[in-house]
Design a protein. Sequence first.
Lengths: 314, 189
Amino acid sequence: MKKLTYFPGCSAHGTSEEFDSTLKLVLKTLDVELEDIPDWNCCGATSAHVMTENLAYALPMRNLVLAEKLENTTMGIACASCYQRMKVTKVHMDENPELAKRINTTVVEEGTYKGTVDVKSMLQYFYEDIGVETIREKVTKSLAGLKVACYYGCLLTRPKDITKFDSPEYPVSMDQICEALGATATEFDYKTECCGASFSISNTEVVINLSGQVLAMAKESGAHAIVVACPLCQSNLDMRQPDIEKHQGVKYDIPVFYITQLMALAFGYPAGELKFPKHIVPVEGALANIGKILPVPEKVKKPIKAVEAESEDK
Amino acid sequence: MITLGTQGKNTFLDDVNIKSGANVLECYQCGKCVGTCPVSQYMDFPPREIMQMIKLGLRNECYMANSHWFCLTCSACSGRCPREIDIPAVMEAVRHLAINENYVNDSKKVKEIRKFHDIFLDMIKRYGRNYELRMMAEFNIRTRNLFKDMHLAPKALLKGKIPLGVKPLKSAKAIKRMFAIAEKLEKNK
């Protein structure tokens, strides 16, 4: 059994509770035990780095220091925003020991930062540490017939020097996982466009506009559903969808799943355990496609391959 | 007034470069960042113009622009920048300098964005974590817009999307101390 230090993030107890609970189901099947960071705090998300430099580093550093006290070498993070703040802090601290020492000694009192724990998003953990083939082996109920647009958003693969994962422009890790589950990943050009993020509350019109474009492109790609691995993307695309439809005068009716919900479904967990009633846009229509035989495409689609990493250090 | 020479002290360009770790002089004004930026249409000056304004030393104009408040740090621009400039870091540097030097853009939009961040940080300071419902309620109260998003509330609450409870961290005091020190450090800069 593998062990993994787990950072759920604040929204796991709120808007993205279904991400957290289905993630735990999936990891049970994959034989991974989660170890929570005791008394973790908010990473500061969007706001800390917008307003102040010290807190932007100090808040994640406290979590990193607490994580180092556990034995595991990797910390898996569910929320994409938490992942990025934690990873940015880790990379900047490791590059600049002087800054690390200054923040550590003046603002973080929980212990000495050593930089021994690696930070990964759960998507990255599935892709790199578990592997697509292992995921394929665990599938008991294929999702064949379901066409999905995999939406990564800004934070899971960018900036590439920080995340060092997949492609910043056209990532494929989630597509490959979805195909391993039996689903078909559509060719979707808005994979890494921004959904409007935290402007959801303070500047809703921006989210209506940006998320509206993502929905339109997903629909155009022929997808029955969108798949995400970020709570903020999910809530912007799902909860704001009725507003977007009203604004654009278009009916999308496209549910937004967390990748872990689809994984759990394909691993044989009953739909009743996957928190589908929490979705604002009903999921039944999209899930009804599972098992239907897709029309044979005119052109044979090439299998999705990973784009060669651009960084020179590989 | 445009200041180009150093006259013994840091120019605006120096300040931004030191704070961001980027070199704004590298920018050759291709405009790829503007085409990439998802929010450039909301900005007073899109990223390319901000870069040029920094080179020209237009400190006040940069501080007062809404551009750095609209930047979502999505890093799409820096990924495509042929000069590999960390543009979000530049935007952040301008914003931090403007905050530290008490420049206030009092347009309605910027005020609301700023208020959101203030409330968010306030939540962390008080509880150690963020509680979405409370944050949204406070945002509505503090921006005097009580009914914003109220149409979403019944559905979201019914579906258990947003929990009502607030449970502070065990080490909430440690977080409060962290905030106190950080605030002191920002002031002394």
